[in-house]
Design a protein around this ligand. Structure first.
Ligand code: G3I
Length: 318
């Protein structure tokens, strides 16, 4: 069989993976899994506020530089994650008592630093991450919402576009993959933004799924957004399995990964699928969902799982 990167490129889509700086720079087996199976990377944490700007106006580029340098050496694209999110904000930002004018200035400085440093090297960005409440459909009342009002989303997109007019600007969200109130709220938000001429180019469907509960109609929901002329992507795919992961569950997970990649191939302007971690050893799942495990295409020893075959099967069809 041809390698996954070749197959993905033949379909004109990206197959991406979220990477952590430490193993990416120290572990050759980790590096090999990335370079042999994927065409793009996303920094799992390294480009978030708390890491990039731990103190006001003090930027730490060690993590993001390592990710971008690794990608360039290996011919991989980089997706930027994320410019504005309620989590992993440094305390000086989260606990500041900001006026609207000050907070806009803080945001501009952060965006100019990141977008400027990686202009032309990081060509797509999650400008807005998880704007809706966990269970939707209302906007999350994060710092940005509290200080700038609900139009912080349009403001941030316009600011990013002004700073890097070539960058593809995304809103990234979870829980919108299967339809329902949160999906509809996202649809209203993006149609409103597009009607107003706000620079928005894509919507990321995160795709943190539970085994046995991957939406059958995923393609249909992505297509609604694609029909607006937006790019869509499955940006953070994983499929978590209750412990212990039995053979039959791993077989079904193969079908689930195949189904997701197939859905992307069916949707015009679906530009790719990214998995949220290199191996089950590095997945966020066991820490955040005790009792769940084995969510990714490589196991804890970097051995490929049936899920990897599932992606290959989807990409091997003409
Ligand atoms: O940085 C500290 C480190 O100093 C400390 O020694 C270590 C000890 O546990 O913790 C480190 O922090 C961890 C951090 O990732 C690393 O930056 C946290 O414990 C850990 O909980 C945190 O989790 C990340 C999570 O976002 C935070 O919200 C996950 O790795 C990351 O996969 C996850 O990613 C998010 C996406 O950005 C957005 N969509 C959902 C997705 C999953 O939550």
């Amino acid at each position: 069989t041809r390698g996954l990167p070749h197959l993905a490129r033949a379909h004109g889509i990206d197959l991406g993976v979220a990477v952590a700086v430490n193993p990416l720079t120290h572990d050759t087996r980790y590096q090999s899994v990335v370079t042999e199976n994927y065409t793009s990377v996303t920094a799992e944490n390294a480009m978030k506020w708390e890491h990039v700007q731990p103190e006001r106006s003090r930027f730490d580029w060690s993590g993001p530089d390592a990710v971008v340098d690794f990608a360039e050496r290996n011919g991989l694209d980089v997706h930027g994650h994320t410019l504005l999110w309620h989590n992993q904000q440094p305390s000086w930002l989260a606990q500041g008592d900001w006026s609207a004018q000050e907070l806009r200035q803080v945001l501009r400085e952060h965006m100019e630093a990141l977008l400027g440093r990686y202009q032309g090297r990081v060509t797509s960005w999650d400008v807005i991450n998880e704007p809706f409440q966990d269970h939707g459909p209302r906007l999350r009342e994060n710092l940005w919402y509290q200080v700038l009002g609900e139009d912080y989303i349009a403001e941030a997109l316009s600011m990013a576009h002004e700073i890097d007019p070539e960058a593809e600007l995304y809103i990234n969200e979870f829980g919108i993959e299967g339809g329902g109130a949160k999906t509809d709220a996202m649809y209203s938000l993006v149609t409103d933004l597009l009607d107003r001429g706000v620079p928005l180019h894509g919507v990321g469907f995160q795709g943190h799924f539970v085994h046995g509960n991957v939406p059958q109609d995923l393609a249909e929901h992505m297509r609604r957004f694609s029909d607006l002329g937006l790019e869509v992507t499955v940006s953070e795919l994983d499929v978590r399995i209750p412990q212990p992961p039995r053979e039959q569950a791993l077989r079904q997970q193969e079908q689930e990964y195949q189904h997701v990649v197939q859905a992307c191939l069916e949707v015009p302007r679906c530009v790719g699928v990214s998995v949220w971690g290199v191996s089950d050893q590095h997945s966020w799942i066991p820490e955040w969902f005790p009792g769940y495990t084995a969510a990714l295409p490589f196991d804890e020893d970097y051995e490929p799982k049936p899920a990897l075959d599932g992606m290959t099967e989807a990409l091997s069809r003409r």
